[in-house]
Design a protein around this ligand. Structure first.
Ligand code: RUB
Length: 300
């Protein structure tokens, strides 16, 4: 493994690279560097080597099917090569195609999401999603909007959200995560990101998302999640669930309190019942349809 790849992996693990999209893009980069640097000329050994690398990248953030889907996307194409030389060439071509889809899907989601927001509305968001921020900044260019964002304990990803929005000129207010119910009466719609979407249309996203969705539902506020189709997790079709990443207790209690146990799940699951729709590159899709649309879309 090259030092560049080790740095990328460390940064993913330590959340210096965070958010499903950025983690997937960084994993694609690490994976392709490794492919390029492989010294073996034996196709079988080469495939074994890159599969191991893929597994390592996937295991860094277990709740990220976008990484798993990305690695599969590469390996399924690379396998078609007969020699290592051919396989390396396929990897380069695949990376170009992947980057193009990655950018195009982001632009489409940004447009569709911004169109859902009306003049004068207040939007609530949670954590840091590059996709949601892009939607909010685009909406702000054409309309007067206000954004409320959570600080997002324990790692405060909401600070990054707030800073980026404020730098772009958006009117942004930060709250503690537990103030959700207090502010919901002044919210017109909720838009959060996504880490994973299941076959039933359930959403895996930053811990606290499902509480926000429940409160929004109780107070009749529409709840949307902005997601690339690539976050759909195909294993959920067969009853398997995405693992929820459990992070270090130190993120919550840097100095342990004697006798106190800590659990620190990074993500939670929002029932499809609470989700108005997913904002995707294929359009605004109700949770019930997301699996079918994803499978059709990925085949193209
Ligand atoms: C980030 C998070 C984001 C999604 C979507 O969690 O939950 O909402 O990853 O982000 P963490 P994006 O900080 O633990 O990675 O839209 O950028 O893919």
């Amino acid at each position: 493994m090259t030092s560049e790849v080790s740095v990328i992996m460390k940064n993913i693990k330590e959340l210096k690279i965070q958010g499903a999209r950025r983690v997937a893009a960084a994993s694609a980069k690490a994976f392709t560097i490794n492919v390029e640097k492989s010294k073996t000329n034996d196709p079988k050994l080469f495939l074994k080597e890159i599969e191991n690398m893929g597994e390592k990248l996937i295991s860094l953030r277990s709740t990220e099917p976008m990484v798993r889907n990305t690695i599969r996307y590469f390996i399924s194409r690379i396998e078609k090569g007969n020699t290592v030389r051919e396989m390396k060439k396929i990897t380069k071509e695949t990376l170009k195609k992947y980057d193009k889809q990655f950018t195009e899907s982001f632009i489409k989601i940004t447009e569709y999401g911004a169109d859902l927001i009306w003049e004068g509305q207040t939007i609530l968001t949670h954590c840091h999603s590059t996709t949601v921020n892009s939607i909010l900044i685009r909406a702000h260019k054409h309309k007067n909007i206000k954004v409320i964002c959570t600080e997002t304990r324990p790692k405060y990803q909401g600070h990054l959200t707030a800073k980026q929005l404020s730098d772009a000129g958006v009117d942004v207010t930060m709250i503690v995560d537990s103030a959700i119910k207090h502010v919901m009466k002044s919210v017109d719609l909720v838009i959060v990101g996504a880490d994973s979407v299941t076959a039933e249309g359930a959403l895996y996203n930053k811990i606290g998302t499902s509480t926000i969705a429940t409160v929004a539902h109780d107070m009749r506020v529409p709840f949307y999640s902005a997601t690339q189709i690539y976050k759909f997790d195909p294993i959920t079709r067969f009853g398997k669930m995405t693992d929820i990443e459990m992070r270090s207790p130190k993120e919550i209690l840097p100095k342990p309190i004697k006798g106190v146990k800590v659990i620190n799940p990074a993500f939670d699951i929002t029932d499809p019942l609470y989700i108005r729709a997913y904002i995707t590159e294929a359009g605004i899709i109700p949770p019930q349809n997301v699996a079918n649309v994803a499978e059709e879309y990925i085949k193209r």
